[in-house]
Design a binder for this molecule. Structure first.
Ligand SMILES: Nc1ncnc2c1ncn2[C@@H]1O[C@H](COP(=O)(O)OP(=O)(O)OP(=O)(O)O)[C@@H](O)[C@H]1O
Length: 228
């Protein structure tokens, strides 16, 4: 489902963020990426949804070379990928309901179907009493769940999440982890970049460790528990 072949990425200031990475993630897998600040985690995620083009190498999603997609084809790729950004990127002047509905509006869903689907996912996230509020009236954990609801409302093939539990307490962290696991059980391939050791230890999933733009270690799910 996700294949990186010898992928390098240098930013304009010549800083090399990734140095010839090769990584395969199968359909239905759940993978954590970790590593110190500056290791290249965010860069790798951005390559997967076509926000960056590799300087060298290939990124394939479902067999499609992402860097060969035209600017009019990129939106189609993104429809199959839910993304949760480090800073949530919620629309501040829109309500919780509207922030989530936007994913389906872009896909051309009808009003009634949008209403049903959005309410369903907001109930799952425990946010049904907050639908009319704007994001600044929510806690950090609630904002994070809105961002997740927006990313997952159309049952994407792939979910990419960048540091999704930063600043959350343990109860909220577990809730987010459970949401990822449920999406994964429903068939979504999940890739999470995080520094959060507890999250990784509690999840028993495959772990890819990056450092200075290289994959320095990969642990299968049985190993990740004891070795992190
Ligand atoms: N927009 C940019 N322009 C220039 N260099 C960048 C840019 N974004 C990231 N970099 C550099 O690329 C390298 C990898 O950064 P990246 O954000 O991918 O790391 P990260 O592992 O996600 O770090 P963190 O855990 O702090 O979020 C770093 O050396 C960083 O300084």
């Amino acid at each position: 489902m996700i294949q990186l072949h010898n992928v390098s990425l240098a930013y304009q200031n010549d800083a090399s963020a990734l140095n010839g990475i090769t990584l395969h993630i199968e359909k239905g897998e759940f993978v954590f990426m970790t590593g110190p600040s500056g290791a290249g985690k965010t860069t790798l995620l951005r390559l997967l949804y076509g926000a960056l083009t590799p300087t060298r190498g290939q990124v394939l999603i479902d067999g499609q070379n992402v860097s060969r997609l035209t600017s009019s084809q990129i939106p189609y790729l993104r429809r199959s990928i839910g993304v949760v950004f480090q800073d949530f990127k919620l629309l501040p002047s829109r309500t919780v309901f509207e922030n989530v509905a936007i994913t389906l509006e872009v896909l051309g869903w009808g009003r009634a179907d949008i209403g049903k689907k959005v309410m369903h996912i907001l109930r799952q996230m425990g946010l049904e009493s907050k639908i009319h509020l704007t994001p600044q009236r929510l806690s950090g954990g609630e904002q994070q769940r809105v961002a997740l609801a927006r990313a997952l409302v159309n049952d994407p093939k792939i979910l990419l999440a960048d540091e999704p539990t930063g600043n959350l307490d343990d109860v909220n962290k577990n809730q987010i982890l459970n949401i990822f696991k449920e999406a994964n059980i429903r068939g979504t391939t999940v890739v999470v970049a995080t520094h959060d050791r507890r999250l990784i230890e509690n999840s028993h999933k495959r772990l890819v460790i990056l450092n200075k733009g290289d994959i320095v270690e990969q642990l299968e799910k049985e190993e990740s528990l004891k070795s992190v």
